[in-house]
Ligand binder design. Structure first.
Ligand code: G3H
Ligand code: 13P
Ligand code: ZN
Length: 343
């Protein structure tokens, strides 16, 4: 089957009470890891690319890799999603390159740093919804600002080069910055004003590995906000960003083979499962896969320093990412649903 849009998959997820992981990709091995995991678990999948990913991989490579994925696994519904589009222009170029879903992140201005006001957010999101829906492409919006409740500065979406501009370097995102929790009343108004297909909400999660300085409880991970938003918007698909769990074993593996990582905590899988009971349908996971691949590569370099064929370390890296994907697909409940989605 061809790539499907986000709405198709999330409507099925809502009707059948499960969540769907959205995994970030930058290269062939990551796409292969996701597709192999989806094939083994019979899961529908969301593959997403940030602006930085599109710039790194180049849209043409990415588009053809995704076409290869659907050609190899015709029974798996695959969504190709633009993660954190910073402007209508970015979303339009994603649609031109075959993406079937776009996130217009109008919670921040085009610099992907400065928190935007409500009217700006509505304006850019409405513009993208109009263009996207005319083409059958789905739209995710965001209200509230991602970031930690443990820190003091505003957060930013991942900063990235414009698509095709491979010369511009990515800056590391400021992890663990302050959140403006989503206001449930504003969320209700935003969905009515924009008609988005999915809504990303801020509940104290942040991008990257350093989310929490302790196992999160309700003081720093506001799952109650999700519950209130779902109460007001029972038919809206909610999205959790910054939802890597940063498992202890992946931290340990990186440290064991010479990596430097301070002790940190992510979003426990059981909290995500609680979210899924309250309208969360799309769960963004990137960091866990990055860590799994890095740990596996470090292991090969450390234990067999004589190896220099990239396949010797990319294969274990791909396997390690596949394992994370399978774990999440099973935990979120998407496993077993691939063939049930009628497109
Ligand atoms: O949104 C965050 C994802 O982890 C993508 O990060 O902009 O470094 O590709 P990136
Ligand atoms: P993590 O950094 O927790 O994997 O979050 C990824 C994300 O939200 C991508 O949009
Ligand atoms: Zn995100």
């Amino acid at each position: 089957m061809p790539l499907v849009n986000l709405r198709t998959v999330l409507d099925h997820a809502a009707a059948n009470h499960y969540g769907v992981a959205a995994f970030n990709v930058n290269n062939m091995e990551q796409i292969q890891a996701i597709m192999e995991a989806a094939n083994e678990t019979e899961s529908p999948v969301i593959v997403q690319a940030s602006r930085g990913a599109r710039s790194y991989s180049q849209d043409n490579y990415l588009r053809h890799l995704m076409l290869a994925a659907v050609e190899l696994y015709p029974h798996i519904p695959v969504v190709m999603h633009q993660d954190h589009g910073n402007s209508p222009k970015t979303c339009i170029s994603a649609m031109e390159n075959g993406f079937t879903s776009v996130m217009m992140d109008g919670s921040l201005l085009e610099d992907a740093k400065t928190p935007a006001d409500y009217d700006y957010n509505v304006k850019v999101t409405q513009e993208v919804v109009k263009l996207a829906h005319a083409k059958g492409v789905s739209v995710e919006g965001e209200i509230g600002t991602l970031g930690s409740l443990e820190h003091k500065e505003p957060s930013a979406a991942p900063k990235a080069a414009e698509p095709h501009d491979a010369d511009l370097e990515q800056e590391p995102e400021p992890e663990g910055a302050m959140s403006h929790l989503t206001d449930p009343e504003e969320a209700e108004r935003f969905v009515a004003d924009t008609k988005v297909d999915a809504l990303a909400v801020a509940i104290g999660t942040s991008h990257g590995a350093y989310k929490f300085t302790r196992k999160p409880d309700g003081d720093i991970l506001a799952m109650n906000v999700i519950e209130e938003i779902h109460r007001r918007l029972p038919n809206t698909h909610l999205v959790m960003h910054g939802s890597s769990s940063v498992p202890q074993e992946l931290q340990d593996e990186i440290r064991k083979y010479g990596g430097k990582m301070n002790q940190t905590w992510g979003v426990p899988v059981e909290e995500i499962q609680r979210g899924i009971k309250h309208g969360v349908r799309k769960i963004n996971v990137d960091t866990d896969n990055r860590m799994a691949m890095t740990g596996a590569i470090r292991k090969v370099f450390s234990l067999t320093p004589d190896k220099f064929d990239p396949r010797d370390y990319l294969k274990p890296a791909r396997e390690a990412m596949k394992k994370v994907c399978i774990d999440r697909m099973v935990a979120f409940g998407q496993a077993g649903h691939a063939r049930k989605i009628k497109v």
